[in-house]
Design a protein around this ligand. Structure first.
Ligand code: UP5
Ligand code: MG
Length: 203
């Protein structure tokens, strides 16, 4: 597909900030396709015959960023699949609009994606204090079955977020491309604030 035919919004925020929750709302109201990099990696990890299964398992449990080639390829494949199923870059009114959730979380990924796939229209950044994110993740961990929803993995995810992923947010911030939303209130209120802030942004 051509970069001119698609609109991409990156959705960033710390582990448990509520990216997935807010993306579900945005899909319902704005007709985006939702592509979570973490979900795509977990699916690839479980795909029989995947050459990357063990590697992904190890990186996710340790809260580390999987080498970008793997993730960018999974995202690109998923975008192509969404577009191909329509024939015209369009399915059921979803005109090639993508929310890319939890990516890019390292500078090399940001450059690679924007050069080889397409530039993002803007970045939605969900800002949440660590104590609140930890509370949410430990709570979800009781039922999620995610291998990284435990105290030790959460600590490692937070460290990676601060050391590796915040520089990506800061980079886009300097370019004036970040829409920052306070992710601390209850989900409905975070969503209302999101809608208010993206109004008039051409999506
Ligand atoms: N919840 C949500 N909003 C709430 C609110 N406002 N108030 C109270 N509770 C709220 O929400 C998390 C939990 O909080 C849920 O129980 C929810 O109900 C509640 P969710 O919407 O799932 O938050 P999200 O930000 O999506 O949290 P997630 O755990 O998915 O974030 P991560 O960024 O840690 O996970 P992701 O799946 O993106 O990545 C996992 C791993 O994959 C990474 O650590 C990394 O190892 C790997 N990865 C890469 O290597 N490369 C990539 O590019 C991407 C991922
Ligand atoms: Mg998520």
């Amino acid at each position: 597909f051509s970069a001119d035919d698609v609109t991409v919004v990156f959705v960033l925020g710390g582990p448990g900030a509520g990216k997935g929750t807010q993306c579900a709302n945005l899909v319902a109201d704005y007709g985006f396709h939702h592509l979570s990099a973490g979900d795509l990696l977990r699916a690839e990890q479980d795909r029989p015959g995947s050459q990357f299964g063990d590697l992904i398992k190890d990186y996710i449990k340790n809260g580390l960023i999987v080498p970008m080639e793997v993730t960018v390829q999974l995202l690109e494949n998923a975008m192509v699949a969404a577009i191909d199923s329509s024939g015209k870059g369009e399915i059921a009114g979803k005109k090639g609009k993508f929310l890319i959730d939890g990516f890019p979380r390292k500078m090399d990924q940001a450059h690679k994606f924007e050069e080889s796939v397409c530039p993002a229209k803007f970045v939605l950044f969900y800002d949440c204090p660590e104590a609140e994110m930890e509370r949410r993740l430990l709570n979800r961990g009781k039922t999620s079955g995610r291998t990284d929803d435990n105290a030790e993995s959460i600590r490692k995810r937070f460290r990676t977020f601060i050391e590796t992923s915040m520089p990506v947010v800061d980079y886009y911030e300097k370019l004036g491309r970040v829409i920052k939303v306070d992710a601390t209130p209850k989900p409905e209120d975070v969503y209302k604030d999101t809608q208010k802030q993206i109004a008039g942004k051409g999506i």
